[in-house]
Design a protein around this ligand. Structure first.
Ligand code: ADP
Ligand code: MG
Length: 503
């Protein structure tokens, strides 16, 4: 089954999410749809899967125009989408989730379920999915939940499968397995659309590539001849530097010395389990791990947002285990938090107000209790320019900036002052390559000028390209350590440690 999108335009108020897009999807082929955040990828595929109606343009299936009034129409026509956020019922089994909604009048009686289980097993076997139909979805790891979504779509006899950023939730090993599944679907004659912003992935899995930028198709091509550099330039609209430049490894004094640190989670479970490590001046220590293995609790304890249950944190030889956030900040600790919307900035404040969130009481900006706003605005404008924060003005509401610019605002605020230790959690999550390039450059600059940098990231490529030393966190403990100062670290070995394999 071949599908053609012709002249698709979609607006959300003043935003043109898709503009005159033409796209062909063919049976037995993986179409890679590449684009930065906000390029319009999900919108376009939501139109194809019947979730949104296009303002202009049409969809043709095997040459015939079709109109979808909802996802039901699309699935009846053989088009199914696996969304970025899964739509499963956690307390139901795999089989129950799969048949949910298929038979609008029927009940979930044992007959339906038994048949569904058989069919799930059949689909499993055909495409190497290996999901037990009797397991409750909430007991499955995220990687397998994703497969349930795929089974759901296949169960409805889809010939076209749309996968929206499917690898975002997978470990490197799971990505390898997932690609095998995608290939077997393709080889069985399915048409696939694989959405991503990751260049290496698209080159590995796609048979054909289309690049979206600002809602428009800006390039198409053959992955066998296209390079990452060419794709990145199409995606961003300018050349992108990939190699992070760094000075030779020359660590100095120990800045952070953590010993036997234990941190409990909200529900009193052990999140960080007797962890010890150090960060020196002039080095980047990367903490790799699948999300949810205690990294967040560790960072919160280091930055003072959450208290330690036991153990000790020394910063510049001073015991800060119980010091306040502001005290740590004053000593030169910068914190780029994991959740920029919640703890990184105040969306309703302006860019200028966010820029001085931790420093407005400084003598730079205040005379006693009076804030000198003209100085605040002047500095904010300078930092915004220095750190490439693209904003209409410093009076703009921070919440209205794009994710990349919000993050650069936080990086600017944290790094414009004298610091000695930078703690960065998921510093580039969800950002486009242009902003990633910029933030990586800034972190490396901090290292090269003598700061210690601690980075937590679930993006293994990010850890590998930035770190001098890599620690792998699994179930609250460091299960492996890699030295990256003498040559590249084996990605596969780190990936295995992330999955809990013993070295
Ligand atoms: N439901 C919506 N309402 C308003 N704006 C939207 C909606 N969905 C997407 N947009 C906007 O459309 C543009 C494209 O978004 P999206 O298709 O999600 O991009 P991508 O999937 O490539 O990251 C963005 O500017 C986004 O903010
Ligand atoms: Mg999207």
């Amino acid at each position: 089954m071949d599908v053609e999108l012709k002249g698709i335009t979609k607006r959300f108020g003043p935003v043109v999410a898709n503009s005159n897009v033409n796209l062909t999807i063919r049976a037995g082929e993986v179409l890679g749809l590449l684009g930065e955040n906000g390029a319009g990828k999900s919108t376009l595929m939501n139109i194809l899967s019947g979730l949104y109606a296009a303002d202009e343009g049409q969809i043709l299936i095997d040459g015939k125009p079709v109109v979808f009034r909802g996802p039901g129409d699309a699935i009846a026509a053989g088009i199914g989408m696996v969304h970025q956020h899964f739509m499963l019922v956690p307390v139901f089994t795999v089989a129950e989730n799969v048949i949910l909604g298929v038979e609008p009048t029927g009940k979930l009686d044992w007959l339906d379920l038994a048949a569904a289980r058989d069919q799930v097993n059949e689909i499993n076997k055909k495409y190497g999915l290996e999901v037990d139909p009797g397991t409750r979805v909430e007991d499955l790891p995220v990687g397998l939940q994703q497969r349930v979504e795929i089974i759901k779509v296949l169960f409805r006899s889809a010939d076209v499968l749309i996968l929206d950023e499917p690898t975002a939730v997978l470990t490197p090993q799971e990505v390898t397995e997932f690609f095998e599944i995608v290939k077997s679907l393709r080889d069985a004659g399915k048409a696939l659309v694989f959405i991503t912003h990751k260049l290496n992935e698209i080159l590995e899995i796609a048979d054909r590539i289309s690049v979206l930028r600002d809602g428009q198709i800006v390039g198409e091509g053959d992955p066998r001849t296209l390079t990452e550099a060419q794709l990145a330039e199409m995606m961003v609209g300018r050349p992108v530097v990939f190699e992070v430049e760094k000075a030779p490894y020359a660590p100095g004094r120990t800045l952070l010395d953590v010993s036997e640190l234990t941190v409990l989670s909200e529900d009193d479970k052990i999140a960080v389990d007797h962890v010890s490590f150090q960060v020196k001046s002039g080095e980047v220590v990367g903490i790799a791990g699948v999300q949810g293995n205690g990294q967040s609790a560790l960072i919160e304890a280091l930055t003072g947002l959450h208290h330690a249950a036991s153990g000790k944190i020394l910063f510049l030889d001073k015991d800060i285990t119980h010091a306040s956030v502001r005290e740590r900040h004053r000593m030169g600790m910068a914190h780029i938090p994991e959740d920029r919307q919640r703890s990184g900035m105040i969306s309703n404040f302006t860019v200028a107000e966010n820029m001085v969130l931790n420093t407005y009481y400084d003598e730079r900006y205040a005379s006693g209790p009076n804030i000198r706003w003209s100085d605040v605005f002047k500095s904010a404008a300078k930092y915004a320019a220095d750190f490439d924060v693209r904003t209409p003005s410093v009076f703009t509401r921070a919440g209205s900036l794009s994710g990349g610019n919000q993050q650069k605002l936080i990086v600017a605020r944290e790094l414009e002052r004298e610091t000695c230790l930078v703690v960065a959690a998921q510093p580039t999550r969800g950002l486009d390559v242009g902003s990633i390039e910029y933030i990586h450059g800034r972190l490396m600059h901090a290292r090269d000028t003598g700061d210690g940098v601690l980075i937590v990231s679930s993006e293994l490529d990010e850890i590998l390209s930035l770190s001098d030393r890599i620690l792998v966190m699994f179930k609250g403990r460091f299960v492996a350590e890699f030295d990256a100062t003498k040559g590249p670290v084996d990605k596969n070995a780190v990936g295995l440690a992330m999955a809990g394999a013993q070295a």
